[in-house]
Ligand binder design. Structure first.
Ligand SMILES: [Zn+2]
Length: 576
């Protein structure tokens, strides 16, 4: 690990304008420099660089961060490599420190990478012959096999473990990989006689594997279990290979299977990713959103496929980005593209409709609207979904579409929405974030000198799930001291949403907002403190109980009670 101070020093000493100029023609505009964004397609520049704040931010695709982030994105480097590159270029010496936790994580990544080597080697060996023939029969070329590091798990479940042990991996790490299990006599891999697809995170590190049987065994597909580095619900297969294309083409195609994805890539449709057999989740959408807002999900056009397309409806209406549905009749994308070619598939993609349009069309099929009764049924079905649409413009658009289908006025539909759930309506008008917490973050990010221990205390009490994450990063960054600039804050997290929030807040000019920052901060911090103190759980009997437990030497239990109630020790001593 590179110490925090070094990262600060690099960001401070390196001219972000100079580095980015090496890649893009920057033009001066006011205090900033602008250019056409290299990370998404655009005609007018929204990519902004600010030398004083040492940050860049794109107001179009919300990519932003320090010079380190830029280099990572532009050159496809990992964090450490980007830092090393800059340090070398600017003659800054690095002393790296590795904590025990870090070392354990590194060992886990090493075990996963070694496993990948093992599987790849096996595919090329004599034992891998049948697997190679199978891949060839499915149309995979040597190049694509190499590009996706496809491998083969041979018979003999313990052989991988032997290989790892020989290469210096501690058996204690085995079970943390998500695909090696313990049995009375030793460890064994869950992958036996399968084609292996290594799954990589966005930084290109191998985090898990998927395996397809070679003979008729069950299950046909098997994936690593979730682990500390592999979360099926948020990782997309192939994103590492696809991310630059997704940015450049400003769209992502989502398929379900490994072979679907690989066929698409071979056909030149390199902006495709796969969900590994599961449905698309909100986390997937959030991951993709930092690359593009145009997301197309491909489904089989049969009844089952149509049902699958609608499965996520309720979940996605609450998001800013709603995926589009592309139906492929009677087959999967893999077969379709091999039979009909890339342009036929892309034509289908262009015909993709927004999920809600698709839903309305399906609904109409099931509830013909040629009678008054049919109309009522249709309206009853659609209303709850209509109400969940977060974006008011979208909501109105679809309300008038429903009105058109029913042959009534748009106002009638809007009225019906209000009638059914007045409480929900009220809730929707509330801002997406907790306003008090948002204010504190905005003021502190733009006026770092105002940060003090009271602000820190307030940050610790944040409740908004997203802002809480931002607060943790801010707290880590300030670390009890005030800093001149926020500099490397955005680099303290791997979460792109938090990164974007921080850089956007620092760079966005909102005149009038910060007229009296001290006052605003003070008021908001007070509000947070009051909110906590008014919690009923801080009643005298709790204080009494905790005191007694502590006096009788049961500090652990006392601590746990406080934690469960969300009370801080200092608060208790103050007696309120
Ligand atoms: Zn951009």
């Amino acid at each position: 690990m590179i110490p925090r101070e070094k990262i600060d020093e690099i960001i401070e000493r390196v001219s972000i304008v100079e580095v980015i100029s090496g890649y893009l023609p920057l033009k001066k505009r006011g205090a900033n420099y602008v250019a056409l964004c290299p990370f998404h397609a655009e005609k007018t520049p929204s990519f902004t660089v600010n030398e004083d704040k040492k940050l860049f931010y794109c107001f179009g695709c919300h990519t932003g961060g320090s010079v380190i982030t830029f280099l990572m994105r532009q050159e496809g480097l990992g964090f450490t490599d980007a830092v090393r590159t800059l340090a070398r270029r600017y003659g800054i010496e690095l002393k790296e420190y590795r904590s025990p936790e870090n070392r354990q994580r590194e060992e886990l990544f090493k075990a996963l990478l070694l496993s990948e080597h093992f599987f790849c080697g096996m595919l090329k060996s004599r034992e891998g012959l049948r697997a190679r023939e199978y891949l060839k029969a499915r149309g995979l070329t040597e190049d694509v096999i190499e590009q996706f590091r496809i491998g083969y798990a041979p018979a003999g479940a313990e052989r991988l473990c032997e290989y790892l042990r020989k290469n210096g991996i501690n058996p204690a790490t085995f079970e943390r990989t998500g695909f090696i299990r313990k049995r009375d006599r030793g460890h064994y891999s869950i992958f036996v006689n399968r084609i292996i697809f290594p799954i990589k995170d966005v930084r290109g590190r191998t985090v898990g594997f998927g395996g397809r049987v070679l003979d008729g065994g069950e299950p046909k597909y098997l994936n690593s279990s979730d682990s500390e580095v592999f979360k099926k619900g948020s990782i997309l297969y192939g994103l590492w290979q696809a991310k630059e294309s997704i940015r450049k083409k400003d769209r992502a195609l989502v398929v379900e299977g490994y072979f679907d994805l690989i066929s698409l890539h071979m056909a030149g449709i390199t902006e495709a990713v796969a969900t590994m057999g599961t449905a698309l989740t909100q986390n997937h959408i959030r991951t993709l959103r930092s690359y593009t807002t145009r997301i197309y999900t491909l489904f089989d056009g049969d009844e089952a496929g149509r049902k699958a397309a609608l499965r996520g409806l309720a979940t996605f209406l609450d998001e800013e980005v709603i995926p589009r549905v592309v139906l492929i009749d009677g087959t999967d994308p893999d077969e379709f593209v091999r039979k009909n070619g890339a342009s036929a598939l892309l034509k289908k993609v262009e015909q993709g409709v927004e999920l809600f349009d698709f839903y309305l069309a399906e609904l109409k099929k099931h509830h013909p609207t040629d009678s008054a009764e049919g109309k009522m049924r249709y309206l009853k079905e659609v209303l709850p979904y209509l109400k969940t649409l977060r974006d008011p413009v979208r909501r109105e658009h679809y309300a008038s579409q429903v009105a058109f289908v029913l042959g009534v006025s748009p106002q009638a539909v809007m009225d019906a929405m209000k009638e059914k759930a007045p409480r929900k309506e009220k809730k929707e008008r509330r801002p997406a974030f907790d306003l008090t917490e948002l204010t504190i973050l905005k003021v502190v990010l733009r006026n770092p000198h105002l940060y003090d221990t009271r602000v820190e205390e307030a940050l610790e009490r944040f409740k908004d799930p997203f802002l809480k994450g931002v607060a943790e990063v801010v707290k880590k960054g300030f670390n009890g001291r005030t800093v001149r600039e926020v500099l490397s804050l955005a680099e303290l997290t791997e979460d792109d949403r938090i990164k974007a929030f921080i850089t956007e807040t620092v760079l966005k000019e909102e005149d009038g907002f910060i007229e009296k920052p001290e006052r605003m901060l003070q008021d908001s911090v007070d509000k947070i403190m009051r909110r906590d103190i008014m919690r009923p759980s801080l009643n005298p009997s709790v204080i009494e109980l905790v005191k007694r437990l502590e006096e009788s030497g049961r500090e652990e239990m006392a601590k746990e009670i406080l934690q469960r109630l969300g009370i801080r020790k200092e608060q208790l001593e103050r007696g309120h």
